[in-house]
Design a protein. Sequence first.
Length: 487
Amino acid sequence: MSRFPKGFLWGGATAANQFEGGYDADGKGLSVPDVIMGGTVDKPRFITPAGVKPDTYYPSHEAIDFYHHWKEDIDLFAEMGFKCFRLSVQWSRFFPNGDDEEPLQAGIDFYKNIFVHCKECGIEPLVTISHYEFPLALSHKYGGWDNPAIIDLWLKFTKLCFTEYKGLVKLWLTFNEINCGTIAGMGAIYGLGILPEDDQPITFGNAEWDVPQRRFVGLHNQFVASAKAVLQAHEIDPENKVGCMIAGSANYPYSCRPDDVLAALEADRQFNFYCGDVQARGAYPAWAPTYWAEHGADVDAMKALAERDAEVLKAGKVDFYSFSYYQSNTVSTDPDLTKGKGNLFGGIQNPYLEASAWGWTIDPKGLRYYLETVYDRYQIPLMIVENGLGAVDERGEDGKFHDDYRIDYMKKHIEQMAIAIEHGVDLMGYTMWGCIDLVSASTGEMKKRYGFIYVDKDNDGNGDLHRERKDSFYWYQKVCQSNGEEL
Ligand code: BGP
């Protein structure tokens, strides 16, 4: 008997702006990621908010050109035995300016063909409605998610999706890693469409131009929009299930010094619970006012918003809780401790754990810790919608990609999932991040590869885009086919 439930959703995950390309194809409007340049682990990405600059390389413009390779790619996922494929739709493919009267038929058809083909292949699509994507024209005209007018514009887009894809898609996520909106700089741009006035590096925290109050109002508007979308989705098709999506991290105190333990609790609140509580429990946590005060928001204004919208937040709780998990995070109040490079979380180097080439701590047991903590807290089904290893892949002497390090990473994480399930966690599925090589969100590189499928393209955009199976492709095929028994 398998340790994983029958119908467990094994699969892979992607995001439109990181793999679709076709950034101006068939009438699509510019989206915020279309004006974000490439970077590296040491050199931040820059945003050119006014628009696309000549002679400048923007990784999203072609990405891996799923726009023209979608059938071939889905066939490869089917060959691996995917039960589920997570992808996102781009608002600006339907409504190029975000507030257009009528949608573009080409945008509707593009995704419809994909969903139909997924069905033919026995693959359940899991659709993220907003994955770090926002029509650039809306940022220019309305400012971003801090403007409440965005809520209804977005709900027009979600209604279109729920209606057009009824019967083809039943699993939805509203906002990718919504909790990143709590991070200055990166959170404002990627999550909330709130942009600086001129070209700026994208920082993880500490952005001079960033206004915390705008971010917290923006997040509140997203909570309301997400709750209304849950109600809309259920009304249009009772089969629909809508989840939240949180950038998850297990937060450990560096020492048993009470200050460090409290710092870990604080990190849990900031990254994991602030948004998760509103979306999964339907109300702000009791500590929200202190949190707003500590993060530079206007407490009275936030309290007024929370009270005004309490009913809708309660009514529009999500059906399931999804999250990304790459690493754990170690925190301390001791300023002398060395900072790790870390993904979104920074944090201190954990002496018991190794890190990836990009400085992300590798911690499979942290995944179990996270699963069990979050399930205790919310007691609704969970789904891991991102997890994986970003690494440099090089051809072996035989010309093939032997990515045993990736297999090892995933195997250890899946083992921990099995234990969490044994402990009672209701886990719906696992979509590994970047199942086909794609553009890195944090650095804009192609060199940071996650895929089971190699794509011939480099950081500067060179390559013929052909696809190749890596060793992990055949390994994951066995995982999918044996429902997680053969690791
Ligand atoms: C998450 C994002 C994804 C993805 C992933 C890996 O934060 O939801 O979009 O990119 O991280 O990150 P990176 O691409 O920076 O390696």
